[in-house]
Design a protein around this ligand. Structure first.
Ligand SMILES: NC(=O)c1ccc[n+]([C@@H]2O[C@H](COP(=O)([O-])OP(=O)(O)OC[C@H]3O[C@@H](n4cnc5c(N)ncnc54)[C@H](O)[C@@H]3O)[C@@H](O)[C@H]2O)c1
Length: 371
């Protein structure tokens, strides 16, 4: 089973593919269409240790030299110094305007590599090989690239269209379980804002071993998410309006990550809690979400932060400092109903504090559940 999408952007269209064992054929086709005597590969260090030989040999089988740069795992690589190091590697090793850069890894390597491709010689061809679930359903689609700055996350970057995205689920065989759960949060986000059937498909995550025996369901699920993201970014590539719907739960999540530190709270955990809070705030501001469709996934999440360590005022303060804030009051992606996201400015802080209380009680319940 395989899905292929043509995604339009202001600078042309690109192809995204998802399937099992599609990497070899896809790369063959890409390099047949645009032959190159040399390609560059930026590859996450963990991906290199599990899949490096396979990826490099596959690229070499298209009769080109492969120049490899390993990207240390972790958010720290999305930095100005590492961007410079990677760009220097390309420039010192003979990159030309038509030399493709293959980027294999999760969102960290993808965002960094995308920005290297966007900036080197004012833009070289880019092929994303996403190897985490999050990168397959989210970060490799839509053209956002970038690195962090000491004043905040993703503050330096560019919109840059890849030439192709090849999502081969075989790479997920080595993905640690916590990274599956990270990706799940973004998948559930698509369920909430666009397609409730995703909540049923995502029940495969409730099984002990997510990937084995579920390949087709997983491919279909990833394809659904890619289609939803592609539809949204095609209508609003530069986030003037509806692209913001992809941030459902994220205003709360970013505040949690900031307050707890990225080591104490993973992005996926923060997004899940953020979606619970956003659902509550939706109801407090006039919606009637009777059933909480996120409920059945609660047991999959565990937290290293306790409710006692957090306070609503400080968290709300972080929200106000968010770079996406454009007015004095905080603007949220809420749900008029499931599958009907809406942007709302909430002026009454007490309502925001109540939404935080949903997060605190979830932390307490999950703590009890794991005692
Ligand atoms: N550009 C966008 O639109 C967009 C959207 C969402 C998130 N992001 C960014 O994505 C980043 C997070 O991405 P992520 O969650 O993929 O994290 P990540 O890239 O840090 O990868 C998570 C971990 O998984 C490891 N890994 C990756 N693939 C593996 C595999 N196949 N087998 C074993 N281990 C593997 C990595 O080494 C790392 O330790 C953040 O920096 C975020 O800002 C960007």
């Amino acid at each position: 089973m395989q899905h292929s999408f043509e995604i339009n952007s202001a600078s042309g269209s690109y192809n995204a593919m998802v399937g099992a064992d599609i990497f070899g054929d896809s790369v063959g086709r890409i390099l047949e269409k645009k032959p190159a005597d040399k390609v560059f590969l930026l590859i996450d260090e963990n991906v290199e240790s599990h899949h490096g030989d396979y990826i490099i040999n596959t690229l070499k089988s298209s009769h080109c030299d492969v120049e490899v740069k390993i990207v240390p795992q972790g958010e720290g690589s999305k930095s100005v110094p590492f961007w410079e190091e990677a760009s220097t590697f390309l420039l010192e090793n003979g990159v030309r305007r038509n030399t493709p850069l293959f980027v294999a890894g999760g969102g960290v390597t993808g965002d960094l590599g995308g920005f290297v491709a966007a900036t080197t010689l004012r833009g070289i061809p880019l092929v994303h090989i996403p190897t985490t679930l999050l990168a397959m359903v989210d970060s490799s689609i839509g053209g956002k690239t970038g690195i962090n700055h000491h004043t905040g996350k993703n503050l330096i970057g560019a919109f840059y269209r890849p030439d192709s995205v090849v999502a081969d689920i075989r790479f997920l065989d080595t993905l640690p379980r916590n990274e599956w759960i990270n990706g799940l949060s973004e998948i559930l986000k698509y369920g909430a804002i666009s397609d409730n059937a995703i909540f049923d498909d995502a029940e495969i995550f409730l099984q002990a071993d997510i990937s084995s025996g579920n390949a087709d369901t997983l491919i279909n699920l990833i394809a659904k998410c890619i289609r939803i993201k592609a539809d949204i970014v095609q209508k609003d590539e530069f986030e003037g309006n509806i692209r913001a719907f992809l941030n459902f739960g994220h205003t709360f999540a970013h505040a949690l990550e900031k307050e707890c530190g990225f080591n104490a709270m993973s992005h996926g955990e923060a997004v899940f809690l953020g979606m619970l809070a956003a659902a509550r705030l939706s109801n407090q501001t006039g919606s009637k979400l009777h059933e909480n469709r996120l409920d059945k996934f609660r047991p999959l999440y565990s937290y290293r932060v306790t409710a006692e360590e957090l306070n609503a005022e400080s968290l709300t303060h972080h929200m106000r400092a968010d770079k996406k804030r454009i007015e004095n009051h905080i603007r949220f992606v809420l749900l008029d109903d499931w599958q009907h996201p809406v942007l709302k400015t909430v002026k009454d802080e007490e309502l925001i504090y109540q939404a935080w209380r949903t997060v605190f009680s979830e932390l307490q319940n999950r703590q009890k559940a794991t005692i």
